[in-house]
Ligand binder design. Structure first.
Ligand SMILES: Cc1cc2nc3c(=O)[nH]c(=O)nc-3n(C[C@H](O)[C@H](O)[C@H](O)COP(=O)(O)O)c2cc1C
Length: 197
């Protein structure tokens, strides 16, 4: 049985963690990117489908290509961040299920049913995007998720060779600069958006 995390761990993951618009001038290594994946991959996805496909834009060329296809305010953040990850999804993720979910024929649940596969890919790659954010925070990094970009153009620029892969959202990554953020927006108490049935 697990114990609850310490208050400081809960602060780092949730209560004091923020979405950053800018980052300190401190590099993020490829080893850290791999460490994020090696945590986030354990987050649950349906049938262990793991549909997320991630391009970690580290080079100036990759950042410039992505920034040119993003809303101007977001483009600036991409160019200045140490890394921006494109969280994409493989709509044909089911081809990997014989390996990833070996104890039953889960491929047959999705093959030939493109709408079901697309819904499943979107749901689970979005979950994986959440795991990405929390894994980064757990490792002492910060993120800036963004959906303000041209998905079709990003898909053409980054996934032309794999037309079954589509972008979901993007996220900057680095050591957050406190000067780059506004005050925290409201987070209502339980009774506002919940009920116990
Ligand atoms: C899926 C997603 C898309 C977002 N898109 C944008 C965006 O295009 N541009 C932007 O500046 N912020 C974007 N945000 C940032 C949110 O506004 C921010 O996470 C939210 O206000 C909470 O901020 P906080 O974590 O600092 O409390 C996005 C966040 C998420 C999760």
């Amino acid at each position: 049985m697990s114990e609850p995390l310490s208050d400081s761990a809960l602060d780092q993951l949730f209560r004091t963690a923020r979405t950053y618009n800018g980052y300190l001038d401190k590099p993020v290594s490829d080893t850290q990117l791999r460490a994020i994946w090696d945590l986030m991959k354990f987050g649950p996805t349906s049938a262990n489908s793991l549909p997320a496909r991630i391009v970690w834009c580290v080079s100036d060329a990759a950042k410039e290509k992505l920034a040119a296809l993003s809303m101007p305010a977001n483009a600036e953040k991409i160019l200045k961040a140490p890394v921006t990850a494109i969280i994409a999804m493989d709509n044909e993720f089911y081809e990997h299920l014989p390996e990833l979910f070996p104890h039953t024929d889960a491929r047959s649940w999705f093959a030939g049913n493109a709408p079901h596969a697309a819904t499943t890919a979107f749901r689970n790659s979005s979950l994986q995007g959440g795991y990405f954010i929390l894994a980064a925070r757990a490792l002492g990094l910060d993120t800036g998720p963004m959906s303000g970009f041209n998905n079709d153009a990003v898909d053409a620029a980054f996934f032309a060779d794999t037309p079954n892969v589509k972008s979901n959202f993007i996220s900057t990554l680095g050591y957050g600069d406190p000067a780059s953020i506004f005050d925290r927006s409201p987070r209502p108490d339980f009774d506002r958006f919940n009920r116990i049935a």
